[in-house]
Every structure is written in structure tokens, then in C-alpha cells.
Design a protein around this ligand. Structure first.
Ligand SMILES: Nc1nc2c(ncn2[C@@H]2O[C@H](COP(=O)(O)OP(=O)(O)OP(=O)(O)O)[C@@H](O)[C@H]2O)c(=O)[nH]1
Ligand SMILES: [Mg+2]
Length: 232
């Protein structure tokens, strides 16, 4: 099922500026949420976009997306959030939607160790189908959902998750609860922040490489003249 409450579609990194519904200049970011079936991806998206929680959420079939306008560090963003089906049988339905993503949320549930162990598989599936060359320079964020469950049901602890992050490019880690709204806004905020920091890093070398045309011109002319005089 593909739900669409939006009129704009992201065209990928580097061309994300557009006018949002409030006629404000806004950066459009495509955010894809991945993780095992049942970890709470749809609930996280619905909590973030509509502040709503469904105790009886059904498995997603394919992908669904919703838009949300937010402001972070004084900058306006429109997040186009793509919620994918985590069940293996829907793999061919979800993977075509990874291309053009700006941010990827790798999600597990703190009461489901298998979903945590599968993070590496989700990361590599994303890198493969999004056609991202270098994983370490893509803004991933790791989300441990269902932190509201009783202590006795927890199977994944922050330290273990942090260790995984350290070995996998150091993405930000946030424990959330879509059920009681703990850290849901913070998780998406951290994701945008990670994107913005990476963008700044990618843009800086361009500024440093800016060529002073007046200087270059004279150097270039010298070598050009030498070469011409050599052929005469
Ligand atoms: N206790 C608790 N339960 C949650 C939380 N988030 C989701 N759930 C429950 O977990 C179940 C699965 O949630 P979904 O959001 O449908 O899971 P999903 O990751 O979208 O699953 P797929 O669509 O199959 O990939 C539902 O019964 C939710 O009510 C949470 O933060 N805490
Ligand atoms: Mg779902």
C-alpha cells in the first residue's frame, strides 16, 4: 500500500530546497525507516507525524509515506518519512524506495534481540539498494524502540547498542517509545542534525577549493604562453 499526503517528491541529495505548505523556504529530506517486522516503525512514524499510537498496528505491506514540517536550529525542514515493511516477504516491494534517501533510521526493539542482531543486514540492504557508495558518510541513525517495556523484558541494553554503533560508523543512538512518546521527536531531530552536520562537512572542501580566478589566470597564461612559444 502506498499512501501519499504530499504533493512533492524528493529528487535526492543536493537539490532539496523547496517551498513548503506555509510558503516558507524549506529543505525537503527523504527519511527511510528500516528494521525487522514488529519493531514499531509505523508506530514511530505515526507518533511523530500525528501524535497517535495504535496498540493493534498491522504489519505494513510495501511502503507508506507521510510528510512533516519541522524546524531545527532555526532551519525549516519538510521530512518525507518512508515507512517500510520489515517482513522478509516484502523485500522486493520496499527496496525500490531506498534510492534518493537523505537519512536512514535503523530500528530495533529493545525487547527483541534478533531485531538488534539484524541491524547489520538492514544497513547493508540499504547501502546496496540506495546505491550509496560510502556507508560511513551517509547519515544513519540507530533507534532502539519500545523502551517502555518492563525491565525484565529488555534484551538489548544501551551499552551493547552503543558498541555496535562504534563499530559501524558511529551513528547517533536514541532509545524511544512510540507508545508513550519518549524521545520520538528527539530521534527525528537527531537524524536531521546528523544530516546537517554531514552536509556541512561535505560542503566545506568546496569552499576551501574555491579558485581565485584572477591569480589562476595569470599562472595559466604563463604556462600557456610558454607552451605556444615552444611550438613556434
Ligand atoms: N510497548 C510498545 N509497543 C510498541 C511500541 N511501538 C510499537 N509497538 C507495538 O508493536 C507492534 C508492531 O508495531 P508496528 O509499528 O506495526 O511495527 P512495524 O515495525 O511497523 O512492523 P512491520 O510493518 O511489519 O514492519 C504493535 O502491536 C504496536 O502497538 C512501543 O514503543 N512500545
Ligand atoms: Mg509497519
Amino acid at each position: 500500500m502506498l499512501a501519499n499526503n504530499s504533493t512533492s517528491v524528493s529528487t535526492g541529495r543536493g537539490n532539496n530546497s523547496f517551498q513548503n505548505r506555509n510558503s516558507q523556504r524549506s529543505t525537503l529530506l527523504k527519511v527511510v525507516i528500516l528494521g525487522d517486522g514488529g519493531v514499531g516503525k509505523s508506530c514511530l512514524m505515526n507518533r511523530f507525524v500525528s501524535n497517535h499510537f495504535d496498540e493493534h498496528s498491522f504489519h505494513t505491506i510495501g511502503v507508506e509515506f507521510l510528510n512533516k514540517d519541522i524546524e531545527i536550529n532555526g532551519e525549516a525542514y519538510t521530512l518525507q518519512i518512508w515507512d517500510t515493511a520489515g517482513q522478509e516477504r516484502f523485500k522486493t516491494l520496499r527496496t525500490p524506495f531506498y534510492r534518493g534517501s537523505d537519512i536512514c533510521l535503523l530500528t530495533y526493539a529493545v525487547d527483541d534481540k534478533t531485531s538488534f542482531r539484524n541491524l547489520a543486514l538492514w544497513r547493508s540492504e540499504f547501502l546496496k539498494y540506495a546505491d550509496v557508495q560510502e556507508g560511513s558518510t551517509f547519515p544513519f541513525i540507530v533507534v532502539g524502540n519500545k523502551v517502555d517495556v518492563p525491565e525484565s523484558e529488555k534484551q538489548v541494553y544501551m551499552e551493547e547498542a552503543q558498541a555496535w554503533c562504534s563499530e559501524n560508523g558511529n551513528p547517533p543512538l536514541v532509545e524511544t517509545s512510540a507508545k508513550d512518546a519518549t524521545n520520538v521527536e528527539a530521534a527525528f531531530g537527531a537524524a536531521v542534525d546528523a544530516w546537517a552536520r554531514l552536509e556541512a562537512r561535505l560542503e566545506r572542501p568546496l569552499v576551501e577549493d574555491t579558485v581565485d580566478l584572477s591569480k589562476q589566470q595569470s599562472q595559466h597564461r604563463t604556462s600557456c604562453c610558454m607552451s605556444i612559444s615552444g611550438t613556434e
